[in-house]
Design a protein around this ligand. Structure first.
Ligand SMILES: Cc1ncc(COP(=O)(O)O)c(C=O)c1O
Length: 463
């Protein structure tokens, strides 16, 4: 913002919002007495609200999205130029930015080869689920239709995506869900004591073996796919322990199960590599992505798969049903891939993967120092600029803090002009992890300002 802002200008906007907007994720009763927050402008790492107050955004637009920061003229220009040339045509035909972004994306994903464009992360995941079901009917006599998902993971807000939802508070009021989605246990080392029989040593392998146990219980000939987040996001910022991914890969191979990695949060740089799965040497069959693909400058999501999967949908041209009988109307918008091409160029030219890894290390170090100072932090974890700090009432029992206190830390940071996040109405009794995901352009000063704010907030809320 340029300092000429007049807060009265926006009183009409605030009233229109209060009267007509149904906001995402929050309760509305408080708006009867408090104003809703309107974010007016953004530049780099910072946003300004309707009162002209500046905030350092440590959550990239609230939900891990604006990876290259706000106010990128070159992305806006690429979108403008593309929209003037061609705004839309259904993806039964190709487009210039669609083809060029797919080519660029596949260069970053060795082993993958086909890109299916959609509107949202939820929808991208549903496309993969539908493909798994179609493969089951086509190749396995309708048997391999089950899709495994993990406790604490999230794959979207639509009903089939929620059927694969491992967060019971999110799901609580929306059942019944689609059949043949089956849950496997979480792999969170910090809370392994809550899992029956979890060993002290080799927990990663053991946690993966629990997936095999579910497959054997369900019958391997009924299980088509396993869907996992590379680092669980809203379920508590959970990185799988050593040994987990290798075992997961072996299990999928052994039982002919397709591996679907949901990169909606991690994809396009968030962990310091292009994709989260690349940190762990995983070879997926499906990769879905959304938020950071164009950093929120235009809506775009992708379902990416291998040539092997693609071939299963085109092997018999004589059969009129032998194709993926699906469409996503806005998957044909050209603004998304136009923005995504420029987004990727920026990440490469400004070495934002390197910056993400370096600033992620700095932030992790700062959070570890805070853990030494504040005994309410029980664990800090994550990868790159995708980090979490779990707040507990007692280090021995790991009893979570009252979630109102975790929210009070977020509110205190907000009052200081720093926006952080917290796991929210997701896993019952476990909404106690502070979430940090600054844009990949963050500087050392930004990182220190964020952790200083958290330091102050923890001191005030917990003493
Ligand atoms: C891991 C993961 N998958 C899928 C989704 C759903 O994406 P969208 O909100 O774009 O549908 C989200 C959204 O937060 C997510 O975190």
């Amino acid at each position: 913002m340029d300092g000429t802002f007049n807060e009265n200008d926006l009183s009409r906007v605030v009233e229109a919002d209060r009267a007509h907007i149904w906001h995402h994720l929050i309760q509305h009763k408080p708006f009867e007495t408090n104003d809703p927050r309107i974010i007016v402008e953004g530049k780099g790492m910072r946003v300004w609200d309707q009162k002209g107050k500046e905030h350092l955004d440590a959550v990239s637009g609230g939900v891990w999205t604006v990876n290259v920061g706000y106010g990128r003229e070159s992305i806006c220009k690429a979108v403008y130029d593309q929209l003037m040339k061609l705004c839309y045509f259904a993806n039964s035909a190709g487009s210039i930015p669609g083809a060029l972004f797919a080519e660029k994306l596949i260069e970053k994903m060795p082993g993958m080869s086909r890109v299916y464009y959609t509107n949202s992360g939820s929808e991208a995941n549903e496309k993969a689920f539908k493909m798994v079901r179609q493969i089951a009917h086509k190749k396995y006599g309708g048997k391999k239709t089950k899709i495994l998902y993990r406790d604490r993971d999230y794959h979207g807000s639509t009903l089939a995506a929620m059927s694969a939802g491992g967060q019971d508070e999110r799901n609580a009021q929306y059942g019944p869900f689609a059949p043949n989605f089956v849950r496997v246990p979480h792999c969170m080392e910090y809370r392994k004591h809550e899992l029956d029989g979890a060993p002290e040593e080799n927990f990663g392998e053991w946690a993966a073996d629990q997936i095999e146990a579910v497959i054997l219980r369900e019958g391997p000939d009924t299980v088509g796919a396993l869907c996992l987040e590379p680092v669980t996001a809203g379920g508590g910022v959970i990185e799988a322990p050593e040994g987990y991914w290798q075992r997961v890969q072996e299990i999928c191979k052994k039982y002919d199960i397709l591996l679907h990695i949901d990169e909606v949060v991690c994809g396009v740089g968030r962990t310091g590599t292009w994709f989260g799965y690349q940190q762990y040497g995983v070879k997926p069959d499906f990769v879905t992505m959304a938020k950071g693909v164009a950093s929120g400058y235009a809506a775009i999501a992708c379902m990416v798969t291998t040539e092997e999967v693609f071939d299963m949908f085109k092997d018999d041209a004589a059969d009129p049903m032998n194709y993926f009988r699906d469409i996503s109307t806005f998957g044909g918008c050209t603004a998304g891939p136009a923005a995504a091409i420029e987004n990727m160029r920026i990440i490469e030219d400004e070495n934002l993967l390197g910056n993400c890894a370096a600033m992620g290390d700095r932030m992790m170090g700062n959070l570890q120092a805070l853990m030494d100072k504040h005994k309410v932090i029980g664990d800090v974890r994550g990868k790159g600029l995708f980090l979490g700090a779990e707040l507990i009432a007692d280090r021995a029992s790991k009893e979570p803090v009252d979630e109102k206190l975790a929210q009070a830390v977020v509110a205190d940071c907000m009052a200081q002009g720093v926006i952080i996040g917290v796991t929210n109405r997701s896993v019952p009794g476990r909404n106690n992890t502070l979430c940090f995901s600054p844009a990949l352009i963050a500087t050392a000063d930004d990182i220190d300002q964020i952790t200083d704010a958290v330091d102050g907030a923890l001191g005030r809320v917990f003493g």
